[in-house]
Ligand binder design. Structure first.
Ligand code: MIG
Length: 681
């Protein structure tokens, strides 16, 4: 049951798309207080009650014990002391009550989930907001009802489930060709190569550097023959430069955010001085979205939207103030206090809260200060692109994902989790973020595999890929200046190849489970707590996930880890996979186990009387095109009967297969007489 509570005069965020009952008073277990423009909801936890949700955030799956602040921020150091990352996913679940709360407020929202006082949750938002309350009879049902409220998640093309390689920055055509050659030349599948900011001319959106990419159309045609897609980045800020078309159109059309005086607000990002399109304004959205057309005409069919918190390196005004302060100190003898003051002053140039209070949007003719709607910015940038794609290529799916988002954006694109590091702790973080993202509708998601910042090591990349096999977005990405981390930079190329090939062999399952999750508003990644809520060990498991209907995974995420402890909530078939055709089966009993898992091994656990389809791959599979029509092997331990519903479609049009046509496979014990594999004839 979903109910909606309206406080004050909320800004329309567009997050919810389906109607529900409006009610007056929140249930008594949520104490409401309104003071100083803020609303607070206070909830007393049941003893060891877990809380879930909040999408992209720091820390574990169970969010209890810390505070999380929805305040989209470009902070590339995702350590556990931080309270905000790039997104605002204000949906939280109280497990003890099977109750979900969605705080639909586009400014800063704080979820103090037992940090200040371990026994209580305190949510603080602006007083003009809508709160949705979802009461159901299971955690899964809470999520499903929430997802029905906010609408169906974004569906990428099927090729976006292939392996993708990125780096800031592949500088020219030959660099891209080299990445492809070193994958495909070694029979390592590769589906897409990313272009980071350097493909542009002077970091100007919708331009291409002619020296490094002389003819983009010709180049995308060339890559298409190899089945490889080129995915350019688009940044939120538009360079201030006379003669630059996008800039001039933006000024002429009044499409940029304004400062207090009604002039275009000037900040800085990669291009130097930039202006920020007013994505929250429908006209500006339509204009900016239309700009993607040019790239689509060049054969581009995938984009990633960056810097859309929005990240502001500095604002013109703040820069001036800073110089004034700094110059005052020029001839001073800096004592320690003055030194720190100087340093903090300079550091406060970027993403300064005062800057976010100093510019404005025009929403339905009304001027709205940015900080009050801050968390809607990235969402609407991605919405702008998606709505434009619907006009430019109405029949075709386009790959699109964003760094910043709010709930609602999940209908328009996926997300990646931003600038993580090549740290083992960030591999674990990424495992823990995925189910939380799924709760909030962000299904097409993934993290930078191998880590963005810092130098990746071979073993970290290997383990990360072994988890990345299961993330819908499987992209290796790294920052400029870090060690190169394409798989061919390391010695164990065959092992990497086997892992990536295993991904391709699992794509029929991954795609099927992903699509069913989207179309049925379910979760593709689930914490064990959602499937086994009455199992006291399962509910405390923070480093294993259910993936789709058939399997559980328990990735290794420690340096030198030659295995790990795994909890099995029921009897399962354990499969060690070293390549798509080298698999070792062990029947496992419910309970705690230590499992050895060599560096080149992937382990999955298939639930009893469930099956897992694996496509039989040719030796030279290079892209998802090459697995169409492949025969399946079905892995499983069936001591009764098993059924699998396989979703498939053409992968590119928007004609999704209706439910009646989902293919049902049934298996009997006898099908698996000879072991754990049933081979399709
Ligand atoms: O300030 O475009 O998260 O993926 O490589 C950094 C350069 C800007 C941040 C993105 C990252 C991307 C990088 N960008």
């Amino acid at each position: 049951m979903v109910r909606k509570y309206i406080f004050g005069e909320p800004v329309e965020t567009g997050a919810a798309v389906n109607d529900c009952m409006t009610a007056r008073e929140l249930p008594s277990y949520l104490q409401t207080g309104i003071a100083d423009d803020k609303i607070t909801l206070t909830y007393q936890f049941e003893d060891d009650e877990a809380v879930y949700g909040l999408g992209e955030q720091v820390r574990g799956i169970n969010k209890r014990g810390f505070s999380y602040i929805s305040n989209a921020t470009d902070d590339p150091v995702h350590t556990e002391n931080k309270h905000s990352l790039y997104c605002a996913h204000n949906f939280i679940i109280l497990a003890g009550k099977n109750t979900g709360l969605f705080v639909d407020y586009p400014g800063v929202v704080k979820f103090d989930a037992g940090e200040t006082k371990s026994t209580q949750l305190v949510i603080t938002a602006g007083k003009d907001c809508v709160i949705y309350l979802i009461e159901a009879d299971s955690l899964k049902a809470v999520v499903k009802q929430f997802r029905e409220l906010v609408g169906q998640s974004y569906i990428p093309p099927k090729w976006a489930f292939g392996y993708q390689q990125s780096r800031w920055s592949y500088e020219n055509e030959d660099a891209v060709r080299n990445v492809i050659r070193r994958h495909h030349g070694n029979n390592i599948p590769l589906e897409a190569v990313y272009l980071d900011i350097d493909y542009m001319e002077g970091f100007k959106n919708f331009t291409v550097n002619k020296d490094s990419f002389p003819d983009l159309k010709e180049f995308t045609d060339e890559l298409k023959k190899e089945g490889v897609h080129l995915v350019p980045i688009i940044d939120a800020g538009v360079k201030v430069e006379d003669g630059y078309e996008t800039y001039e159109e933006g000024v002429a059309g009044n499409y940029f955010c304004k400062d207090e005086d009604g002039d275009d607000f000037v900040g800085a990002a990669w291009p130097g001085k930039v202006m920020f399109p007013d994505f929250i304004n429908a006209d500006a959205r339509e204009w900016f979205g239309g700009k993607y057309r040019w790239l689509i005409n060049q054969g581009i069919d995938g984009f990633w939207n960056d810097m859309n918190e929005p990240a502001i390196f500095y604002s013109a005004k703040n820069l001036k103030n800073t110089f004034d302060k700094v110059s005052e100190m020029k001839n001073m003898n800096l004592d320690i206090g003055a030194f720190f003051y100087l340093r903090d002053t300079v550091n406060a140039l970027s993403n300064n809260p005062d800057d976010y209070k100093s510019f404005y949007h025009t929403i339905n003719g009304k001027r709205v200060r940015h900080d009050l709607v801050h968390n809607l910015y990235g969402y609407n940038m991605t919405r702008a692109a998606s709505e434009a794609f619907d006009k430019i290529v109405p029949e075709q799916r386009i790959l699109l994902f964003s760094r910043s988002s709010y709930i609602g954006m999940h209908r328009y694109g996926g997300i990646w989790t931003g600038d993580n590091n090549s740290w083992w702790s960030h591999l674990l973080l990424s495992i823990q973020q995925m189910p939380s993202l799924n709760m909030c509708g962000m299904l097409y998601s993934g993290s930078d595999i191998g880590g963005f910042g810092c130098d990746a090591t071979e073993d970290l990349l290997m383990r990360w890929l072994e988890f990345g096999i299961f993330t819908p977005l499987m992209r290796n990405h790294a920052a400029i200046g870090t060690r190169q981390q394409e798989v061919y930079q390391f010695d164990r190329l065959d092992d990497f190849k086997n892992i990536i090939r295993t991904r391709y062999s699992l794509i029929p399952y991954i795609y099927s489970e992903f699509m069913k999750s989207v179309l049925d508003n379910e979760m593709y990644f689930r914490p064990l707590a959602f499937d086994y809520p009455d199992d006291k060990f399962a509910v405390r498991t923070e480093d294993q996930l259910m993936v789709g209907d058939s399997i559980m995974i328990a990735p290794v995420y420690t340096q030198n880890g030659a295995g790990r402890y795994v909890y099995l909530p029921e009897d399962m078939l354990m499969v060690h996979i070293t390549s798509p055709c080298e698999r070792k089966f062990t029947l496992m009993k419910k309970g705690h186990h230590y499992i050895e898992i060599a560096l080149n091994e992937l382990v999955i656990f298939i639930k009893k009387n469930h099956v897992l389809p694996m496509a039989v791959l040719d030796d030279d599979v290079k892209t998802t095109r090459d697995i169409e029509g492949a025969a399946y092997e079905w892995l499983g331990y069936v001591d009764d009967t098993a059924e699998y519903v396989l979703y498939d479609d053409d992968g590119i049009s928007k004609e999704y297969t209706p439910k009646e046509q989902w293919k049902k496979y049934t298996f009997a014990k006898e099908d698996f007489r000879e072991g754990y594999i049933y081979k399709e004839k």
